[in-house]
Design a binder for this molecule. Structure first.
Ligand code: C2E
Ligand code: CA
Ligand code: CA
Length: 597
């Protein structure tokens, strides 16, 4: 364990090396090795030189231009104060004298002060300031070294105060953007909320959408610039009493004040619209959007700031996802219940798979010309030990987030093929079964090979399985999706475009992809009786599908009228509650057996 004394010695050693490099050797390289990559302030006299390494390099270069020789130093005094385990400040007074070789005669006391921080590779200088006595800088500085030495106690106290403030600032500051960091935000929020105020407060937290993509495409420097720019822009939007912070990576937080709810709404929209200047967006050819969550803090709330941030985050996670658009959501208690449910399902999923709680259901599909069940769609149900039946809409989106979906889809495919193998052994007429496959399989290596290996293991002819891929998946990941569907096709697996009519690029998908089956989404059927346009769309889509040699399946047929209509426009296959709900696979088998008789 290093003691405070060890640290003091290290810092003093660093300060001595700094003085030597700066005044005696006048050597850039050794100077820079002592300076933090994230130096945040450089000053001389009363002038602020800058906020980064470059400023220090420029300052040093200027000083070397004025006088190229070295200095002889004497009367060095080091006063180092450690303010915390990783932060210290110091003041160094010394007298410097020109060595006469540089053509300058100069002998004056100098004050040097700095802030030091412990970084991964030891203590580094993070702030740097030096000045000469008042008269030498033509009134530019108030420093008088003789008086300073006499009043050392006084100086030390004020220095300590100053350093404490600076130390606090540094500890609470995010090195990249200069905004508050997470601990800083939390402690400043606590202070702000403790003060009496007429205003109402809300915590806003947001992430920059697709920030990883910006980094990948343009490199980390551009990524950093984007973050700095966002930081600057949101800071500019803060009014008195408000705070803004970068919590980590591309994740920011703000404490906002407002009077009426509609003002809050307006503030959030202002922030959404100011994230990145138009010029920068154009230059980088990126459109920066955010996903945000808002927690309006109830009056006299006793919650801790961390809990408030958590609630804003819960709201963020619930914000509706829409590609390419900013989105935000407000916190409410139901969201927390939902989150609890999600976490609970996630935690139970692996065991449930092992215990066989995921059951294969099949919804029959009917040939509209003959009225026979010739196919079906495999759909999963989670039947828990307590016999609760959980529908896939509740858990599939969760499993897609953490890739558990791969295990589940393969598990169900295996169940399906096993059953189909049994049907063949019983001599049932062949049926085609549609299998929903998640878009998350796109990034999996050898997916197609693994998929076909399951079919082969159970001797299921590839052509009996129809893989359903949703239309929206093609819109989002077009290249990978087309490649995947081509590879499945090459292996003789049939392809269906699911939920046709709900995505944005329906027609485009049709022209690019040679699918075998087009599944018309049930939303297209919903208003066909009252909406003449819907009727035209349905009819034309069926025509178009036939002209491109695709079979059409109409989903969600619930009424006789709907059935009659889809028949009248020549649709091939019908699926919906009118015929049957999804039923357990064994019940489907019975239905096939009965049909054979
Ligand atoms: P989907 O692929 O569009 O499946 C059709 C959904 O519509 C099914 O809901 C089905 O029960 C429902 N449906 C069928 N006929 C009617 C009808 O006449 N009226 C109404 N209102 N609904 C009808 P389900 O089973 O809840 O599945 C929801 C979604 O979950 C599916 O939508 C599919 O995207 C996904 N899914 C289901 N099973 C799996 C699976 O094993 N793997 C993957 N990756 N996704 C699955
Ligand atoms: Ca489907
Ligand atoms: Ca569908």
């Amino acid at each position: 364990m290093k003691t405070m004394q060890d640290s003091r010695d290290e810092i003093e050693g660093l300060a001595k090396r700094l003085i030597k490099a700066y005044f005696v050797e006048r050597d850039y390289t050794s100077l820079l090795s002592l300076i933090s990559e994230r130096i945040s302030w450089v000053g001389a006299g009363r002038v602020e030189i800058g906020y980064d390494r470059r400023s220090l390099i420029e300052l040093f270069a200027r000083e070397r231009q004025t006088y190229q020789g070295g200095w002889v130093i004497s009367d060095e005094q080091y006063h180092i104060e450690q303010l915390g385990p990783d932060i210290a400040g110091g003041i160094i007074t010394l007298t410097v004298q020109s060595d006469l070789t540089g053509g300058v005669a100069f002998r004056k006391p100098v004050r040097f002060s700095g802030v030091f921080r412990r970084e991964r590779d030891g203590w580094k200088v993070v702030q740097f300031h030096h000045s000469m006595p008042f008269e030498e800088q033509a009134g530019e500085t108030g420093f008088n070294v003789e008086k300073a030495r006499r009043d050392y106690m006084e100086i030390e106290r004020s220095l300590r105060q100053m350093l404490e403030q600076q130390g606090r600032k540094l500890q609470e500051q995010d090195g990249l953007t200069g905004l508050l960091n997470r601990p800083g935000f939390e402690s400043r929020c606590r202070e702000a909320l403790a003060k009496p105020s007429e205003k109402r407060f809300a915590v806003l937290t947001f992430g920059v959408n697709h920030f990883r993509y910006i980094n990948q495409l343009h490199g980390f420097d551009v990524g950093d610039n984007v973050l700095r720019s966002v930081a600057q822009n949101i800071q500019d939007k803060c009014v008195e009493g408000e705070l803004c912070a970068r919590l980590e990576k591309d994740h920011f937080a703000m404490l906002l004040t407002y009077s009426a709810t509609k003002d809050l709404e307006q503030r959030i929209e202002e922030i959404r619209d100011c994230l990145l200047d138009e010029a920068m967006q154009q230059e980088l050819r990126i459109h920066v959007t955010f996903a945000a969550g808002v927690y309006p803090i109830p009056a006299k709330s006793r919650r801790g700031v961390r809990q408030m941030l958590d609630k804003a985050l819960i709201a963020l996670q619930s914000a509706p996802r829409e590609e390419g658009a900013s989105r935000y959501a407000y916190y409410n208690d139901a969201l927390e219940t939902q989150l609890f449910r999600r976490n609970d399902l996630m935690e139970r999923a692996s065991d449930a798979l092992k215990n066989g709680e995921f059951k294969l259901y099949i919804q029959p599909q009917v040939d509209l010309k003959t009225g026979q069940v010739t196919a079906g769609e495999a759909l999963v149900r989670w039947v828990t030990a307590e016999e609760e039946i959980i529908g896939p809409d509740e858990f599939i989106p969760l499993f897609e987030e953490n890739r558990f979906i791969r295990d589940l889809d393969f598990y169900l495919l295996e169940q399906l093929c096993k059953e189909m193998h049994g049907w063949a052994k019983q001599g049932l007429p062949p049926v085609e079964i549609c299998s929903n496959q998640s878009r998350r399989h796109l990034c999996e290596a050898h997916y197609v090979e693994k998929f076909c290996a399951v079919l082969d293991k159970w001797q299921v002819p590839h052509g009996r399985i129809v893989v359903e891929l949703t239309e929206s998946a093609f819109v989002e990941n077009d290249t990978e999706m087309y490649a995947l569907s081509r590879r499945l096709h090459e292996r003789g697996v049939r392809l269906a475009i699911d939920d046709f009519g709900t995505g944005y690029a329906s027609l485009n998908v049709l022209s690019m992809l040679s699918a075998d089956v087009l599944k018309l989404d049930r939303s297209l059927l919903q208003d066909f009786e009252t909406n003449a346009r819907s009727r035209v769309v349905l009819k034309k889509v069926v025509e178009m599908a036939h002209e491109t040699q695709m079979q059409t399946v109409c989903e969600g047929i619930e009424t006789k009228a709907q059935l009659d209509y889809v028949k009248s426009i020549g649709c091939d296959i019908g699926q919906g509650f009118f015929f049957s709900k999804p039923i357990p696979v064994k019940a489907f088998e019975k239905l096939l057996l009965k049909q054979r008789q």
